[in-house]
Structures are given as structure tokens and as C-alpha cells.
Design a protein around this ligand. Structure first.
Ligand code: NAD
Length: 418
């Protein structure tokens, strides 16, 4: 049976809890095992066929010790409440590790974003925003895009909220990852993928390898995968294979990422790209390469394929792409892993910049965003890497140690009442 994202999140947490056994209160660890709030909503919008449709939706706030819960909205046919719980928990650690005053949350809408028409998708998103209105607030839970949702959807969420309030804009930031014209921040859409590429460059340097000319394989060509591939290519890397849910393409000389993006915009998939050769997406993960970037669903690197993975570095653009069982195999095989809570934290860091910009009614330029992202990702990578060297830990436990410790300190500082 496929491992759930909750199983992965819990296993990583228990490992960190073990490392912190002598440093933090056991009751605080017990508190953090459970989400603060875990709820299910029923959405029943009328779609284009003039019928009411039923969609399940979930919101989980795992912890708000450090601040309002932050985390994206996943819209896929298979998302479960447990997945959202695991992803919310992971957001708690990610926000702490990257140094933002946010807790962890996540939402899920059980719907296939790829098969809904544009207008039906907008209706489902607006229905979610309307039904979740009591839970979305700058001081409670601030959503953002995740798999199946994008900046346009975040614009519709802002519009639904302002419409309900009878105003043109909100006081404070209710949602991040919005179009720039609606108070979004330049560089947010690219932030996660660019952050992944910054981590790849740092990991290559840590292993004494040159980025220029190194090869990368990318699973997923959505927001994170396409921008990550573009950013790695800009650093002189050869992207030798890319997949999406429908297929995969390879070119040993390096794929032309701009041409591939145009092909995907036209056809909806990387399959059939004239500048590459179609291959099997699962086999692609096992291709020899310097860097493998999973940037799609969770649970893709398992105990079955981990023994055959030939990458030197795995940079986790996706959330929870590696099962705990696979993790052990990869560690034994000396593969350097940049864990998700570090590798893909660029998105939530820039969401924080969007949040502060909106709260303070300021405007930041794209250059300011790019500079701050580069600084923060580099600094946090080094912090995790240095701890991993000092304590002889691998990168994931080192990152989790720092993150869980920070959240425990915040819980303690608040006090244990009520
Ligand atoms: P997206 O919806 O924009 O793109 C997802 C891509 O993955 C698509 O190309 C899809 O075809 C592909 N895909 C889905 N299942 C696949 C499979 N089994 N095999 C191969 N390809 C598959 O989503 P996104 O926003 O790019 O998110 C991708 C991952 O990154 C998710 O795990 C998400 O949680 C994580 N993430 C996203 C952000 C963000 O800012 N968007 C931030 C942090 C983490």
C-alpha cells in the first residue's frame, strides 16, 4: 500500500523527537504529534451543467505556536484528510526552519484541477473560499497555491473574501501567491523553483562539484518543476529529462526548457516534445544524473526504486517525495538529500514577504525579493549543513532538529495554559 504523507511526516517528526529527547519537554512533543484543528467541509457549487456538485475539502491547522498557520491549497482527485494533516505538520517545521513567524496549515480540495473547465474550477475555488471564510484570516490561516492551484485561483479567493466583506481590498493579508496586480509580490510564483535551484547549487558546492555542466532530472513540470528546471539551466546545468503526469521526455544534450514550456502550454504535457525523446516516467527517476529533483506528488521515491536511483543529490522540490523506508536506503547509499522543509521553503519565505508588504502597505521590487530569497535560502542551507557536520547527522534530521526545537521553544515561551 502506498505510504501516506502523514506517515512520512510522523516518521520524520519521531526521529527528530528522539534527537531532542534530552532537550525538550516530552509533553510538548506529545502536543505537537496532534494537529490543533482538523476539519472537513462540504462544497456544493452549481457548475456549468446547471447541476449541484459535491466536493469534499479539508483544512488542517497543525500548530500556531509561531504565528498564523500558513500553507497551500492542494486540489487533486486523490488528496485525503491525512495527506493534508501530514502536509500541515510539515509546514510547521518549514516555516520555523526558514525563519518566518508562521505556524503550519494546509488545505485540500478533492477535485481534479486538470479536468475541470476554467470557469468550473473558478466556481469550486470560490465555493471553497466562501465556505472556509471563517477559517481564513491574516491572524488565523493564510493559504497559498499548491498542487492544482495557482496565482489566478488566489486572486479569486481574495475577490470572494472582499466581496463578502463588501470592500475592495482587505485589511491585512488573507492569502498569498496572488497576482501582483491584486497585492501579490513579484517573484512569488518563481520563488519555490528558484529556491530549489539555490539549494542545488549549495549542495553541489558542499560535495565539491561544479554546477556548470552537471546533469539534472526533474519530475513534475508545474510551478516548482518548470521554474526549478529553468533556474538550474540558467546556472549552466543540463536538464536531461523531465516528466509530468502524462509522460516524460529526455535529451542527453540537455532539454531546451523554454521550448519545452511552449510545447506544454500548447499540448498540456511534456510528452511528444520534438526536442526530446519520450521515455517512461518511472524509469526516468532511475537515470544516471548528478541531481534528481522530485517536484510532483508525495511518496515517489520508495523502498522499491531507492536502490536503483543513480543521482548523487536529491533536491526535494515536492513535499514528502521520499518515504522513510526509502530515506534509509538512500542514506546507506550515500546520496545527499536536501530535505523538502529546506529545499522548497523559498515559496513560503516569499509568501512572508508578500504578507508583510500587504500588512504594512508597502511595495517591494522583484530585485529586493530575489536578493532576500538568495540570502535566506543560502543562510538556512548553511545552518542545516553546518549542524549536520557538527552532529554527524544527515541533512533531513539536521533540518528537522532545528525546526522542531524552534517550535518547542515557542510553545514553551507561550506557556502551557489554557
Ligand atoms: P503543479 O500543480 O503546478 O504541478 C504539478 C506537476 O506534477 C504537474 O506537471 C503534474 O503533471 C506533475 N505530476 C503530478 N503527479 C505526477 C506523477 N505521479 N509523476 C510525474 N509528474 C506528476 O504543482 P506545484 O505547485 O509545482 O507543486 C509540486 C510539488 O511541490 C508538490 O509536492 C507541492 O506540495 C510542492 N510545493 C509547491 C510549492 C509552490 O509554491 N507551488 C511550494 C512548496 C512545495
Amino acid at each position: 500500500m502506498a505510504q501516506t504523507l502523514l506517515h512520512t511526516a510522523m516518521a520524520n517528526f519521531e526521529h527528530a523527537a528522539g534527537l531532542l529527547a534530552d532537550e525538550v519537554d516530552r509533553d510538548v512533543i506529545a502536543k505537537l504529534r496532534q494537529p490543533k484543528e482538523r476539519m472537513e467541509l462540504s462544497l456544493t457549487p452549481m457548475l456549468g451543467d446547471q447541476k449541484l456538485h459535491y466536493f469534499r475539502a479539508f483544512i488542517v491547522r497543525h500548530s500556531d505556536a509561531l504565528g498564523p498557520a500558513k500553507g497551500g491549497i492542494r486540489m487533486t482527485a486523490g488528496v485525503t484528510l491525512d495527506d493534508v494533516n501530514g502536509l500541515a505538520m510539515e509546514m510547521t517545521w518549514k516555516c520555523a526552519l526558514i525563519g518566518t513567524p508562521f505556524g503550519g496549515g494546509k488545505s485540500g480540495i478533492v477535485a481534479d484541477a486538470e479536468t475541470l473547465s476554467k470557469i468550473d474550477k473558478e466556481k469550486v475555488i470560490r465555493s471553497f473560499a466562501h465556505n472556509a471564510a471563517r477559517h481564513i484570516h491574516p491572524q488565523v490561516y493564510v493559504p497559498a497555491p499548491d498542487m492544482g492551484t495557482n496565482d489566478e485561483d488566489m486572486g479569486h479567493i481574495k475577490d470572494t473574501i472582499t466581496f463578502s466583506l463588501g470592500v475592495s481590498t482587505t485589511q491585512g493579508c488573507y492569502v498569498t501567491g496572488k497576482p501582483v496586480i491584486l497585492g501579490g509580490i513579484p517573484g512569488r510564483r518563481e520563488a519555490t523553483g528558484n529556491g530549489v535551484a539555490i539549494c542545488v547549487e549549495k549542495a553541489m558546492a558542499a560535495l565539491g562539484r561544479k554546477t556548470k555542466g552537471a546533469t539534472a532530472v526533474v519530475q513534475g513540470f508545474g510551478n516548482v518543476g518548470s521554474i526549478g528546471a529553468r533556474a538550474m539551466a540558467d546556472k549552466g546545468m543540463k536538464i536531461i529529462a523531465v516528466s509530468d503526469i502524462r509522460g516524460a521526455t529526455t535529451n542527453a544534450k540537455g532539454l531546451d526548457i523554454d521550448a519545452l514550456a511552449r510545447h506544454v502550454a500548447k499540448t498540456g504535457s511534456v510528452a511528444g516534445f520534438a526536442g526530446g525523446e519520450d521515455i517512461n516516467g518511472a524509469a526516468m527517476l532511475e537515470m544516471p544524473c548528478d541531481v534528481l529533483v522530485p517536484a510532483a506528488a508525495g511518496g515517489q521515491i520508495t523502498k522499491e526504486n531507492a536502490p536503483r536511483i543513480q543521482a548523487k543529490i536529491i533536491a526535494e522540490g515536492a513535499n514528502g517525495p521520499t518515504t522513510p523506508e526509502a530515506d534509509e536506503i538512500l542514506i546507506q547509499r550515500n546520496i545527499f538529500i536536501v530535505p523538502d522543509i529546506l529545499c522548497n521553503a523559498g515559496g513560503v519565505f516569499v509568501s512572508y514577504l508578500e504578507y508583510t508588504q500587504e500588512t504594512q502597505q508597502e511595495q517591494m521590487t522583484e530585485q529586493m525579493v530575489v536578493t532576500r530569497l538568495q540570502q535566506r535560502m543560502s543562510e538556512r542551507f548553511e545552518k542545516v549543513y553546518n549542524l549536520s557536520r557538527e552532529r554527524k547527522l544527515h541533512m533531513r534530521p539536521a533540518a528537522m532538529y532545528l525546526a522542531v526545537k524552534t517550535v518547542c521553544e515557542a510553545v514553551k515561551a507561550r506557556g502551557y495554559l489554557p
